[in-house]
Design a protein around this ligand. Structure first.
Ligand code: PMP
Length: 401
């Protein structure tokens, strides 16, 4: 049995379950659950407001996690870390902020064709509102982002390049450093959707020269309802607040208001303190294993599963041949992904079926849906074999010639 499994109560409760939906959400280690219980049992108090001892302690814990997150992603300053509800909110904040501050009609925004809807619809809407032009970078025949096409699409008019770090369907890893050189050469901003990248590989925003990075706690073995938006100090100082209310203000009169500096001007109202504490515990847990190790183990699992599935007649595996993580999308020729997923569910194997909030990409693959197994370090080669055996059984069950 995988050595990490004992750290996750979910697997004690579901011993025979094969959980292969980690790109959707991950299970939580005991330390994260305990941190939440402990916070609510012993430490619960309002942060950044009251002066009594427990409130001060809660504020210290909250701010310590901000510093921990900064360290985890290689940010230079804890003040560059904003707490959000998740990746979606972070990307919306950036689009809203940039929309008000930096973009003019006629400016261009470049995305890739493999974006999750949360890094696509928000820019589409902005483009419509402000008269901007959207351009999309295509894929190579290896189903990775085509850098040659990126060089064509990024021009002097490009103000924002917004791409996913890792595709939630193909598992393809985006060449962030090369893209950051391209976009910075035209003085544009690089926004990275880190929802799948941050949980699956070491990420250093300073080395990769990322201007904005959004990710979600619940995909990082932490709680739901908490996420992170990293942005450069220049952007955070320039961007106006997006939501208004308590604690993000400095002085308020009946006619005018002045605001706190970043990150506080973005965190209006009472924050998800327990979520932040749980996220801190998740990062501690991951760091005791090491992101390098997690990356290597998930890569081995993903490569193994893709190879085994690829050897089953009738199975089409999507994504690059050189796999870098545990995300493996596939289909069984002529069978609908939902039918196969229902069969797998009956065999206690949980995968995702559908368009994975990336409809344009799934259309480009030429299908109406795919199956997706997304593995984490607590999964095993035996579980991969179980999935392959179940896929063979599905072929028989559906009378597949
Ligand atoms: N981007 C990518 C690549 C994702 O996989 C997801 C989650 N499926 C999101 C964005 C959105 O994340 P959330 O729903 O946690 O905001």
């Amino acid at each position: 049995m995988n050595a990490y499994r004992k750290d996750f109560p979910f697997f004690a409760a579901h011993q025979d379950l094969v959980y292969f939906d980690n790109a959707a959400t991950t299970q939580k280690p005991t330390t994260v659950i305990q941190a939440l219980v402990n916070y609510y049992s012993n430490d619960n108090a309002s942060v950044h407001r009251s002066t009594y001892t427990l409130a001060q302690q809660a504020t210290d814990q909250y701010e310590q996690v901000r510093a921990k997150v900064a360290d985890f992603i290689g940010a230079k300053d804890a003040k560059q870390i904003l707490f959000t509800k998740g990746t979606t909110e972070g990307l919306n904040w950036i689009a809203q902020g940039i929309c008000h501050q930096l973009l003019q009609p006629g400016d261009e925004i470049v995305l890739s064709v493999m974006e999750h809807h949360s890094n696509l619809v928000v820019w589409q809407r902005l483009a419509k509102e402000l008269g901007l032009k959207l351009k999309y970078i295509n894929l190579t025949d290896q189903q990775t982002l085509d850098l040659a096409d990126a060089r064509q699409k990024i021009t002097a008019k490009t103000k924002v390049l917004a791409v996913t770090g890792v595709s939630n369907v193909l598992g393809s890893v985006t060449p962030i450093l090369q893209l950051s050189e391209l976009i910075h050469a035209v003085n544009g901003i690089l926004v990275v959707d880190g929802a799948q990248m941050v949980p699956t590989m070491p990420v250093n925003v300073s080395q990769l020269q990322i201007d904005c990075l959004a990710f979600s706690g619940h995909k990082l073995f932490g709680p739901t309802g908490i996420g992170v938006l990293y942005a450069t100090s220049t952007l955070l100082n320039e961007l106006p607040p997006i939501e208004f209310g308590g604690e993000m203000v400095d002085q308020v009169s009946l006619t005018t208001t002045s605001f706190q500096p970043a990150p506080y001007k973005f965190e209006a109202g009472t924050q998800n303190v327990a979520g932040v504490i749980g996220l801190g515990a998740a990062i501690d847990y991951l760091q005791t294993i090491g992101m390098d190790k997690i990356h290597t183990e998930e890569k081995m699992l993903g490569q193994y599963l893709a190879k085994q599935l690829g050897e089953v007649a009738g199975v089409n595996v999507y994504g690059p041949i050189k796999r870098d993580n545990g995300i493996v999308a596939f289909n069984l020729d002529r069978l609908h992904a939902h039918d196969v997923a229902t069969f797998l569910d009956a065999n206690q194997i949980y995968v995702r079926a559908g368009t994975h909030c990336a409809q344009p990409l799934v259309n480009i693959l030429g299908v109406n849906a795919t199956l997706r197994a997304s593995l984490a370090f607590y999964n095993s080669f035996e579980e991969c074999d179980q999935l392959v055996t179940a896929i063979k059984a599905a072929k028989e069950f559906f009378d597949y010639a």
